[in-house]
Structures are given as structure tokens and as C-alpha cells.
Design a protein around this ligand. Structure first.
Ligand SMILES: *Cc1c(COP(=O)(O)O)cnc(C)c1O
Length: 851
């Protein structure tokens, strides 16, 4: 630095030589981020600048010195490499993929999906995510691209994104918000028919219009539309709507959600119209944040002259809602008066935000137990005929949590299914293990892995070598990052020599990185500090922990937990065995999950909806040590990992003590001995056998590719079919009227008799179940008469009953033959439920009549 002051200023514009122009196309499609060769191509241009820009090729191209540019422009081998990548991208973007093959020559081929999410974690260089929900949404887009699923993402382009984390000298979390100009990101303006940057708008109270600019990012074959209110034409309070993710107060949050939901529908429709593409027919709300999208769609139909009930039925037929939290406190809720204020009801009671929509009807859709609150998850569920949780256990918990929305039906019949999360294999497998994963997959391309079953293709020694390589990479990087962190905490570089020797590339490494949220119990391991210290400092069989995670800026409790952990590491004489690395993000996640031998997960059951970081560890040959919760609950098996038992009873603190004890026991008696039990070549055979089992048994099951296929076959394609059915307005209007008629006449429905025939039948032979019903004013085509049977519990209740449709034999009489295989005491009853081709589940109307 000099004291010379600038007299004038000038700007040096980047120049991209003609022969290097294709680099810009490569950089503008984030596909490069999951293709190693393309990633390496960019890095090879200038490794230091690559790292300085945070692996952002757009910034690289803007900042690379002209001299280096010219060198590359004349480097034959570089140009050859670049052209190979261009050709590969072209092939990727045009080839025939799973979706088109699967739906060929069926009506399903026409289905297209709009996927709304508040955050998307695609790559570190597109900072519009905070954690698991965003990374999941990013992986969803990538796998949709790999499979050729016609899906458009809709999200927000935040000026500041989420915060970067550092620590104070005392170990207290510091938040830094950096602004990101769109020009430095892999986003391009969406242009309208006149070639202007596309804008849509949303009307806020006081007749104030917020303009929203629409950008697009290319995620392979998938377009991600991003909404941005940071426009000069907006007043300051509107410019800041898209300033940061999960920042600000509830007022800020509701504005964001209105921009995403209402603005997002307008944006995606305009985008399709401009491009002459069909508008999406299926709308997927990834969490309740996007709930208002359904209100906008209803408003559009009312504007076309449709009535409320028909418009609602049409939206429901084509909407999918995914819930991600089993914790009621995790759900977005607003005060009613706030929602009413933003809906802006006029004298006629209809909304000015979404013209024509009756405000009181919208308020009904968001109602919950607390009459003063508007619940975004309830809104989502009431606007969607399709709904799911994100792991099997989470599906069950959600059915319990939301059963009040489907009165008179038991939990198992609540129409919320589950699709277990998955992670995008090419993104989350680290370079050194990719060839082994490919070999395990029988040489198939990663993205088309059916099962990683060719376990003989890889020797134990090969697997172990790669594991050592990945652990060493983690240790090396952690040393550098811990040193950086101490400098930020005020230490002088000269005092930090010790950081060069922290961690041991050969020691059993336990990873733990996730949001610092109370239920995830970051500090469970600190329950008995002396015991932990003994585990860490064992001379023959040392254990080390690498830990990362951000607390939400407003979560003081979370920040305290974090500080407690950092202080323990600082003060307990274990700073070389337990390290906290600040600023957990996608790029850190990649080497952290890959380098850990054990991925530790100890949430309070059943509060972890799914969790995905453990899946990423599996993909890289890490082993799971977890509470039976989220995704692990459905695969937990001693052959592939370790399950920490859950406390049988007790209050929260007894539970934590008990489970921490179980954790220490497992580490001391099972995990550590197995890791250090080596053969004559130094290979831990038993350990590696477990790694092999884990990768081959659950690698493919936990891939986002499996997840997106499941979404397609179980939800998107059925929703596409019902959307097309509902697009026939006559039919939907008749359905809406049918619902009213059914509700009005339900009181007249009676089950007059039910009989299971013989008092005893032999196992395996058929019983004839019979019933007589009186439907009052309803017709037999309005209902299903169902036999319900199952084992009888102590109080005569049916345990996990089977439901079968009975067939009419004569007026009011129904019967069905059933075969019960297992001998025992069974109970039987009959019920009548509404039935209609446009009804997905009998529970939707909350009407049922039992014998
Ligand atoms: C995978 C991932 C998460 C989610 O981890 P969970 O196990 O679901 O808590 C959060 N943040 C980042 C950066 C990730 O990569």
C-alpha cells in the first residue's frame, strides 16, 4: 500500500479471446460443477485465482490477466480439452434420457413440473442456500437434469445470500454478509419478447407495486428461475426483500414468501410463454415457504370466470407439497392479521394481491389450532392433493402431526406419503473414490447406478488406500482452515505453528457437520468431558473429531452450544484432536464428509426429518454412527454401520445422559477396536468389509437419482394425470359440486349390518364378508363400501387393519371374499367412504361411516 492518492480512475474490461469464447458457455451451465474434467479445466487456468474466487468460473474469466488468457488461447492441448468439454456438454444436453424413455408414447410425456424452493444449494459459487433444505433442492435439480425430467426450478436471487461464519476470540459466532453482483454469478437475465430483462410484479399494501426481475441459471438441462427485487425502480423496502436468506423479521419473511409464491407463478408462466413452451402442469412446493403459489393460481382461474371451489379443486389436483420438519416449532406461521393485510381484501371481501380470491377462504386454508395464526404447512396441505415427508419415519410422524386436517381417519390413512431424500452421487463422491464407485457399479456411469453391487471388482487394499487418501486430504485442509480461523480470532501467525500438526492422517476420524440446531445435539459428545478426553487421547488408538456447522444468527442457544464446543477444544488439552472449522458450506462438505471414517449423527429421535450428510459419507466409504432417526431409521443394520440406542425413558436431560453414554460405549468397545484391528498389511479387513456393505447396500438407495425417479413415478406423473383431468373444467366443476352434495347428505349414510360369515375359518381359505348399507340420498356410485379387518387388540380395536373394497350384489348389499393367511383372532367391520375418480384419498373430505 502507498500513500499516493488516485487522481482519476479507469476500468479495465476483461477480454475473452475468440478461441476461448466456449469457456463462457461452459461456465454458464453449472453442469461443470459435477463433472470433474470440466471443474479441472477451469482450475487449470489459474489454480490460485480459482481458489480466490471460491471456484467461480465467471469471476475467473473476468479477472484472469490478459497475458494468461493469450497463453491459453494459443495452448493447443488446453483448447483440445476445452472442446472436449464443450462436446460433452452438448451431448449431455441433447441425449435421450430416462424420462423420455419411460414416458414415451404415453400421455405422461406431456407432464412438466415447476419446483419452488426458498433456497437452492447447487454450488458454492451460487450463494442462495443455507443448509440441508437448499442442498437437497440443488441435488433434486441435478438429478432431474441427469434423468431428463422436464422440471423448472423457481427460487430467489439473494443480494447477500446467507452469512459466512467466523469465530471471535471467545469462540462466539460472527456473521459476515457479502454482497454478490449478478454479473459475477452464473446467472443470465431472462429476456422478454422485446429483448428487455423480464420483470413481473406483486402488489403490496398501500397500492405499492414491487417489481421483480427474473434471472435464470442453467443446471444441466434444468432451468432455475431466480427472482430479484433489488431494482432501482423499487423503493428501498422492496429492494431489500431479496437481500438475504432467512434474515429479517416476520414481515420480511412474508414479503419474501409472497414474492416467491405469487411472483414465482407469474415468472414461470411468462418464461414459458416467451419461449413458446407449455406452462408447467404440476406445481411442487418444497416446504411451506412457497404456499402462496396456489393462491395465485386460484386467482388466475377466478379471473377467467371460475368459481372458488372449482379453482381450488383444480389447483389441488396439480399440486404437491413436501414437508421437511417433524417439529411443530419449525413450521412457518404468521399472525392472521398480517396475512389479511397482505391479501388486501376490498369492500367485496376479495383480495387485491390475487384479484378475485375471497380473503376469508384463504384464511380458512391456513387455519390451525391457534385461531390467531396462519400456518404455511396447513396451507400447503390444503392446496395439494399430493403430499409427502422425506423419510419413512418422517412420513409416519407427519401423518400424526397433521392428522387434524383429515378428521375421522386414523393416522395411517392420512394422505401424506414419504419419499426418502437422496444425494446427487456425482456431486458428493470425491475424486479419488469415483473410480471405485464406478467399479462397484459395474462400470456403469455414476448417474445411472442401479445398485453398487459389483463388490468383487475392488480389493480391500484398494478401498483402504482411497480411504487413507481422503482422510489425509481432510487433515491437510483442516490444518490450514484452523490456522486461518485462529488468525481471524486474533492470533499471530507466528504463534500458530502448532496448527501444522493437529490431527493425524492415520487416526480414526469422526465427522460431525450440520446446522447447529438444538435437536441435532452438537454437544452431546461433551456430556462426560473426561470420558471423551480419554477416547481422544488414547495413545495406541487415538480418535479425532472434525466439526463444523452454522447457528442461525438469531439462535442464541445454538451459538452458546457452538461456543461450548469451541471452548472445550481450546481448553481441554485436546486442540489437536477435536477441531471446529468455521463456515460450513458445500465445498467444505465435500471433503469433510469424504474424509471422515465415521459420520456421527445424534439427533433427538424423531426430530430429524431425513438428514442427508450421512448419505454423502456413505457414498465415499464413510461409516454411519447414528441414532435411529431420519433416513438411517429405515436402513439401520449392524452390517453397514452402528446404531446408537435411544433412551427407553426419562426426561430430556436423563435421555441425553443415557444416549451419550451409549455413544461412548459404542465408540470404545466397537468402533475404535474395529478400526485399529489390522491384518499383516495394515488393512482393517472387518472395517473395510463394512464399508463395502454400506456402499453396495445403500449407495444406490440413497442417491438423488432414486429419489427423483420416485418423485416422478409416485407423485409427478400421477399429479400430471390428475392435472390434465382437472383441466377439463366441466369435470372439475362437477367434482366440486359433488363434494358439496356429499357433505350435505352424509348424515343419511348408515351401515345396517356387517357380518364375517362363519365364526371360524381355516387359515388360507376364503371368508365371505357381507354388509348392508343405507345410502340415504346418495347413490352407490358416490361411495365405496369397504370391509376393514385385522387382528383384534385387547379392547377389540383392529391392529393395522386391511381395507378392501366390497362389491354391490343387490340393492344396498355388498360383499367381498378375503383370505387370511395367519391363524389368530380377527375383527371385522364395514365402513362407507366417499368415492370419486378425482378424489385421491377417502380422507380428503373427512367423511366416513362405520358399522
Ligand atoms: C448436506 C449438507 C447439509 C445437510 O446435512 P444434514 O445431515 O441434513 O443436517 C447442510 N449443509 C451443507 C453445506 C450440506 O452439504
Amino acid at each position: 500500500m502507498t500513500d499516493v492518492k488516485a487522481f482519476d480512475s479507469f476500468h479495465v474490461l476483461p477480454v475473452l479471446p475468440e478461441s476461448l469464447q466456449p469457456l463462457r458457455d461452459l461456465a454458464m451451465n453449472l453442469r461443470w460443477s459435477w463433472r470433474e474434467q470440466a471443474h479441472n479445466l477451469f482450475r487449470s487456468m489459474d489454480p490460485a485465482l480459482w481458489s480466490k474466487t471460491g471456484h467461480n468460473p465467471i469471476m475467473m474469466l473476468q479477472q484472469l490477466p490478459a497475458s494468461r488468457m493469450n497463453e491459453l488461447a494459443n495452448d493447443e492441448s488446453f483448447l483440445l480439452w476445452m472442446n472436449q468439454e464443450v462436446a460433452d456438454l452438448h451431448e449431455y444436453l441433447t441425449k435421450d434420457l430416462w424420462f423420455s424413455k419411460t414416458t414415451a408414447e404415453t400421455e405422461d410425456a406431456a407432464t412438466s413440473i415447476a419446483y419452488f424452493s426458498m433456497e437452492f444449494g447447487v454450488h458454492q459459487s451460487l450463494p442462495i442456500y443455507s443448509g440441508g433444505l437448499g442442498v437437497l433442492a440443488g441435488d433434486h435439480l441435478k438429478s432431474a437434469s441427469d434423468l431428463g425430467v422436464p422440471l423448472v426450478g423457481i427460487g430467489m436471487l439473494y443480494t447477500f445470500g446467507y452469512f459466512s461464519q467466523s469465530l471471535s476470540a471467545e469462540g462466539w459466532q460472527q456473521e459476515i454478509y457479502e454482497s454478490h453482483a449478478p454479473e459475477t454469478l452464473a446467472v443470465a437475465p431472462v429476456l422478454d419478447e422485446q429483448g428487455n430483462h423480464l420483470e413481473v410484479s406483486v402488489l403490496f399494501p398501500g397500492d405499492r407495486i414491487a417489481n421483480i426481475r427474473v434471472w435464470k441459471a442453467a443446471i444441466g438441462r434444468v432451468t432455475l428461475l431466480l427472482l430479484d427485487t433489488n431494482l432501482e425502480s423499487n423503493p428501498e423496502d422492496f429492494r431489500s426483500i431479496t437481500d438475504r436468506l432467512y434474515g429479517g423479521d416476520v414481515e420480511h419473511r412474508i414479503k419474501q414468501e409472497l414474492v416467491l409464491g405469487v411472483g414465482g407463478v407469474r415468472a414461470v408462466q411468462r418464461y414459458c410463454d416467451i419461449n413458446g413452451a407449455a406452462r408447467p402442469d404440476v406445481y411442487h412446493m418444497n416446504e411451506g415457504h412457497a404456499g402462496f403459489l396456489g393462491i395465485e393460481r386460484i386467482g388466475q382461474m377466478i379471473g377467467e370466470g371460475e368459481d372458488w371451489a372449482t379453482a381450488l379443486a383444480t389447483v389441488r389436483a396439480s399440486t404437491l407439497f413436501t414437508t421437511h420438519t417433524p417439529v411443530p416449532a419449525g413450521i412457518d406461521r404468521f399472525e392472521n392479521h398480517m396475512v389479511e393485510r397482505y391479501l388486501q381484501g376490498g369492500d367485496d371481501g376479495t383480495s387485491r394481491l390475487t384479484p378475485g380470491v375471497p380473503v376469508h377462504e384463504v384464511m380458512q386454508l391456513g387455519r390451525e389450532d391457534d385461531p390467531s395464526r396462519f400456518n404455511m404447512a396447513h396451507l400447503g396441505l390444503r392446496l395439494a392433493q399430493y403430499a409427502n415427508g422425506v423419510a419413512k419415519l418422517h412420513g409416519a410422524v407427519s401423518r400424526g402431526m397433521f392428522k387434524g386436517l383429515y378428521p375421522n381417519f386414523d393416522e395411517p390413512e392420512v394422505p401424506i406419503t414419504s419419499i426418502t431424500n437422496g444425494v446427487h452421487t456425482p456431486t458428493w463422491t470425491r475424486g479419488p473414490i469415483k473410480p471405485l464407485v464406478n467399479a462397484l457399479a459395474g462400470g456403469e456411469e455414476l448417474a445411472t447406478v442401479e445398485a453398487w453391487k459389483h463388490t468383487d471388482a475392488v480389493t480391500a487394499a484398494e478401498l483402504w488406500n482411497v480411504r487413507n487418501e481422503l482422510r489425509t486430504e481432510l487433515v491437510t485442509r483442516a490444518r490450514g482452515l484452523v490456522s486461518d480461523s485462529w488468525q481471524e480470532r486474533g492470533a499471530q501467525e507466528a504463534e500458530l505453528g502448532w496448527t501444522k500438526n493437529i490431527l493425524d492422517p492415520n487416526a480414526l476420524t469422526v465427522g460431525f457437520a450440520r446446522r447447529v440446531s438444538t435437536y441435532k445435539r452438537l454437544t452431546l459428545m461433551l456430556q462426560q468431558p473426561d470420558r471423551l478426553r480419554a477416547i481422544l487421547l488414547n495413545e495406541e488408538r487415538p480418535v479425532q473429531f472434525v466439526i463444523a456447522g452454522k447457528a442461525h444468527p438469531a439462535d442464541m442457544g445454538g451459538k452458546q452450544l457452538l461456543q461450548e464446543l469451541v471452548r472445550f477444544a481450546d481448553e481441554a488439552g485436546v486442540r489437536d484432536r477435536i477441531v471446529f472449522i468455521p463456515d460450513y458450506n458445500i465445498s467444505m462438505g465435500k471433503f469433510l464428509v469424504a474424509g471422515s471414517d465415521i459420520w456421527l449423527n445424534n439427533p433427538v429421535r424423531p426430530q430429524e426429518a431425513s438428514g442427508t450428510s450421512g448419505m454423502k459419507a456413505v457414498m465415499n466409504g464413510g461409516l454411519t454412527l447414528s441414532i435411529s432417526d431420519g433416513w438411517w431409521d429405515e436402513v439401520a443394520d449392524d452390517e453397514i454401520g452402528w446404531t446408537i440406542p435411544t433412551a427407553p425413558h426419562g426426561d430430556d436431560s436423563q435421555r441425553d445422559r443415557w444416549e451419550a453414554q451409549a455413544l461412548y460405549d459404542m465408540l470404545e468397545h466397537e468402533v475404535v477396536p474395529m478400526f485399529y484391528d489390522r491384518d499383516e498389511d495394515g488393512v482393517p479387513q472387518e472395517w473395510i468389509a463394512k464399508v463395502r456393505n454400506s456402499m453396495s447396500q445403500i449407495g444406490a438407495r440413497m442417491s438423488a437419482e432414486r429419489m427423483v425417479r420416485d418423485y416422478c413415478t409416485e407423485l409427478y406423473l400421477p399429479a400430471g394425470r390428475s392435472a390434465r383431468m382437472a383441466a377439463d373444467r366441466e369435470r372439475t366443476r362437477a367434482f366440486a359440486q359433488w363434494k358439496v352434495r356429499i357433505a350435505e347428505n352424509w348424515d343419511g349414510v348408515r351401515v345396517l349390518s356387517a357380518s364375517a360369515g362363519e365364526a371360524a375359518t381355516a387359515a388360507g381359505s376364503a371368508s365371505r364378508l357381507q354388509a348392508t348399507v343405507d345410502l340415504g340420498a346418495l347413490m352407490s356410485s358416490d361411495v365405496a363400501v369397504q370391509g376393514v379387518y385385522g387382528r383384534r387388540g385387547a379392547d377389540g380395536e383392529l391392529i393395522a387393519p386391511t381395507v378392501v373394497n366390497m362389491t354391490p350384489t343387490s340393492d344396498g348389499n355388498y360383499e367381498v371374499a378375503t383370505v387370511v393367511d395367519a391363524p389368530g383372532d380377527y375383527g371385522f367391520t364395514v365402513r362407507v367412504v366417499p368415492a370419486h375418480e378425482m378424489l385421491r384419498s377417502p380422507a380428503e373430505l373427512g367423511l366416513v361411516r362405520y358399522a
